[in-house]
Design a protein around this ligand. Structure first.
Ligand code: CAA
Ligand code: NAD
Length: 283
């Protein structure tokens, strides 16, 4: 098995930018692909800002900032991902969009390339089945903000070979993360528990339990959570949460996963959280 040297990342949004940053920081040659230059520039700008802030806080050395940026490049073509040993997909939580991206990717990469999805809730076996390499496919689920959160979940699809799984687990460690193995079930381990909690907070708010601020304060100061549920929802993205809830509800058919009416309406109104400037809070 050849060594992993070059990492491709699909998507330079909230997660893709963080994943590309972490891969470049750990010494991998990293190429991140976006759909258009303006979105790519914004994502790369966020990486630069994180590194600059890190230097200012004394958490990142000048050397690490320089080598990270030297290891990292952006592209809007699939062709530039041709030499990647691994490609981590972090694009919108939609099966058809992900399938189309794998199809385009498969035309340019070599046979040895492993495909990994950062999906929060889609079925890894189903994503793998959309490719010609289900044996070299897996889930690698990061947490937001990627450079600060230590955990990744490693997920095997039904067809993922032992060799691929072991390689992906070792790769996650090489990224400086603490991997856990999670089953190919919607939400894996963490979102299986987190998503019903976040949806329940919205339902409780809709039913008049308290203000957004008080519910957040309650969970933060009463339970020691770093963020209350509404701050976290805005942080994750209400669109992404809505997609995840629909996918989990579709599979489990349990009310706990059903997206509350208010969530749907906020997404329809473009209140997506931090990324759009307004969600449960204004930014
Ligand atoms: N460079 C380097 N280090 C940095 C940094 C930077 N630019 N910015 C911050 N840091 C460091 C800080 O120095 C600090 O380090 P120490 O603990 O050693 O002091 C640490 O990172 C935390 O930073 P801050 O003190 O500035 O911020 P904070 O304490 O308010 O924490 C947070 C921020 C880590 C985001 C915290 O609020 C948190 O953990 N929130 C919850 C996040 C969460 O639950 N994420 C999961 C979302 S769900 C998901 O991702 C899955 C899905 O599929 C939807
Ligand atoms: P996002 O909306 O911030 O970013 C998605 C990006 O993908 C956009 O910038 C979009 O332009 C880009 N994109 C779409 N199609 C593309 C393609 N074919 N090639 C390259 N780029 C493309 O979303 P996000 O929050 O980063 O989520 C991405 C994935 O990560 C989803 O599967 C989501 O479920 C998962 N995830 C999200 C979180 C979170 O907290 N937001 C945490 C873990 C996992």
């Amino acid at each position: 098995m050849s060594e992993i040297k070059t990492v491709g990342v699909l998507g330079c949004g909230l997660m893709g930018a963080g994943i590309a940053q972490v891969a470049a920081m750990q010494g991998f040659t990293t190429i991140v692909r976006e759909v258009e230059q303006a979105v790519l520039d914004r994502g790369l700008g966020r990486i630069r800002k994180f590194l600059d802030d890190g230097v200012a806080k004394g958490k990142v050395s000048e050397d690490v900032r320089t080598t990270t940026l030297a290891n990292l490049s952006g592209t809007t073509t699939f062709d530039d991902l041709g030499g990647c040993d691994v490609v981590i997909e972090a694009i919108v939580e939609n099966l058809d969009v992900k399938r189309a991206a794998y199809d385009a990717l498969e035309r340019v990469v070599g046979g040895h390339t492993i495909f990994l999805s950062n999906t929060s809730s889609l079925c890894i076996t189903e994503l793998a089945a959309a490719t010609k390499r289900p044996d070299r496919f897996g889930g690698l689920h990061f947490f937001n903000p990627v450079p600060l959160m230590k955990l990744v979940e490693v997920i095997r699809g039904l067809a993922t070979t032992d060799a691929t799984y072991e390689r992906v687990f070792a790769f996650a460690q090489a990224l400086g993360k603490e991997p856990i193995t999670a089953p190919d079930r919607p939400g894996f381990i963490v979102n299986r528990l987190l998503v019903p909690y976040l949806l329940d907070a919205i339902r409780a708010y809709e039913h008049g339990l308290g203000t957004v601020e008080d519910i957040d304060k309650g969970m933060k100061l009463g339970c020691g959570h770093p963020m209350g549920p509404f701050t976290l929802l805005d942080f994750v993205g209400l669109d992404t949460t809505y997609f995840i809830a629909n996918i989990m509800f579709e599979e489990f058919r349990e009310p706990a996963y059903a997206p509350p009416p208010l969530l749907k309406r906020m997404v329809l109104a473009g209140r997506l959280g931090r990324k759009s400037g307004e969600g449960f809070y204004k930014y």
